[in-house]
Design a binder for this molecule. Sequence first.
Ligand SMILES: Cc1ncc(COP(=O)(O)OP(=O)(O)O)c(N)n1
Ligand code: TZP
Ligand code: MG
Length: 511
Amino acid sequence: MQTRPVVWTIAGSDSGGGAGIQADLLTFHDLGVHGCSAITANTAQNTLTVAAINPLPESALQSQLDALLSDLPPLAIKIGLLANTAQVHIVADFLRGLRAQGCQVPVVYDPVAVASSGASMTEGSTGAAVVSELLPLCDVLTPNRVELEWLASAEVDSAGDILIAAKKLAGANEIALAVTGGHFDIEPGTTADLLCVPGETGITSDWLIGRKIDTRDTHGTGCTYSSAVAAILAQGYPLKDACVVANAYVRRGLRLGNSSQIGEGPGPVGHCGWPNELQDFPEVLVAGSERAKHYATFDAAAAENYAAEFVQPDTTRLGLYPVVETVEWIEKLAREGVRTLQLRIKNPGDDLREQIERAVAIGRKFDLRLFINDYWQLAIECGAYGVHLGQEDLQAADLQAIQRAGLKLGISTHGFFEMLYAWQYRPSYLATGAIYATNTKDMSGQLQGPRKLARMATLLPDYPLVAIGGINVERAPDVAASGVGSIAVVTAITQAPDYQAAVTQLRAVIE
Ligand SMILES: Cc1ncc(COP(=O)(O)OP(=O)(O)O)c(N)n1
Ligand SMILES: Cc1ncsc1CCOP(=O)(O)O
Ligand SMILES: [Mg+2]
C-alpha cells in the first residue's frame, strides 16, 4: 500500500461548493493526496454571487495551522484567499517558522483577490502586504490575468505584457510564476499559460498552449489549478511537470465536468481524475515554430534548425534496445538477434568516424535499427539508420538536415514537460528516463519511477516509447507493464556475468 502525501490548503470556504477549500479538497482527493485545510474566511456564495466574505478571527486561523503542524506535517502547501493584512502576517510568520525549522516543502500561492463575478475578495491594503511579506516565502505563484495586474501594478494584455510582468515578479521575489491564461485572448480557440522559473542561468519562460473548452462552467478553475500543482509537487514531480499535469487536469475538468444543472450561474469545473488523455495536455511552445510568433518568443535562429515529423520506424515496439560504446558489442548483440541498438561513444578517439562507419556497415549486414548517439553529422555522412539526441542537443543540431537525409530521430526526455516539448518534433521515438537510479550517468534529480512512466506512456499509446535508466532483468517486468514498447539498457547487458542470458531474459519480457 502506498502512503498518501499530506497537502494543506490555507484558503476560504465557498458555501456554493465550487471554489476555495471545497475545490481544493476535491482536487487533492482526485490526485491521490490527503488534503488538510486551514480556513481563512467563510464566504457566503452561490453560482451567481459572493454575498459575504466573513473572515475568521486571527486566533481561529492560527489554531488550525498549529493543530495541523503538530500531527499532519505537509509535503506541500497551497495558499488561496487571505482576507486581510492580519491574515497575511499570520501565514507569513507561520511559513517563516516552518522554514526556520528546516521544513522546505513547496508553497504554492494562488493570489485570490477578485472573484470571477468581479467581486473583491480582500481588504484594500492586502496586496501590499502580500508583495512585501508573503511572496518571498512562497515557491510558486499562480495568478490569472486580474491577479497578475493586481500584483504587478500594471495593465497586462498582450503576450509581451504577460512576459514582462511575470518575469519582473519572478525576478524580484525569486519565485516561479505559472500565469493561467483563461482570461487572455492571444490566439483564437486557445488558452496560453506562461511558466517563468528562476534558475541558475536566469529565468526560463515557457508557454503552454491548450485547446479552449467551450463551457460556462468554469467556477473554481484557479483554485483547482493551484491545488493540483501542490498535490503533484507533493508526489515529487518537478515544477514544470506539475504545471503541465495541473493544466491538463483543469482542461479535463472543463471538458468532462457536467455542472449545467448546478445553480443558475456558472457551475463548478469538474474534478475528473488524473488526466490520461493527450487531448487535455497543452502544447509546450517551441521557439523555432511559426506559432511562437504569436507569443513574443519566436527565435529566427532556432527556426533555421527546427523540423517536425521524422520518419517512423517499422514498428512502434522497438523491443530490447542495448546502448553500447563499441562496435564489437554491436556485432556480438546483432548475432544474438537484437534488432535495435545504439552506439554511444562518450570518449571518442581519432577513429570516431571509422567506428561509426563500421557500426553502420554491421547495421546494414544484420538489418539493424542502429542509432548513433550525439554525432548527428557523422551519422548523416555515414548513412546511419538514425540518431539519438538529448534535449539540449535539439537547439544545436540541424534537424532539417537530419530529416532531409531520411534518418530516424530519437529524443531523450525526463518527465511530462520535456515529453510534451519533444512531442512538438514528432520524432521517430521518445525515450524517458532515468526510470531507476543508475551508475552509468548522473541522473540525480531526474528519476521517473515506473508509476510516473506508466502515466506518461498512457498519453501516447500508439507511439514508439523507450524507457531507460537502471533497468535490469528483475525490474524489466514493471517497466514493460507501463506500456512502453522498448527497454534501453547499458550495464544490464555490458556488465552481466552472462550477456547472452541477459539478452534472452530481457527480450522475453519486452518482445
Ligand atoms: C534510448 C536513449 N535514451 C536516452 C539517452 C540519453 O541521451 P542524452 O540525453 O543525449 O544523454 P547521453 O546519452 O548523450 O549522455 C540515450 N543515449 N539513449
Ligand atoms: C544514457 C542514459 N540516459 C539516461 S539513463 C542512462 C544510462 C542507462 O544505463 P544503465 O542501463 O546502466 O542504467
Ligand atoms: Mg546525447
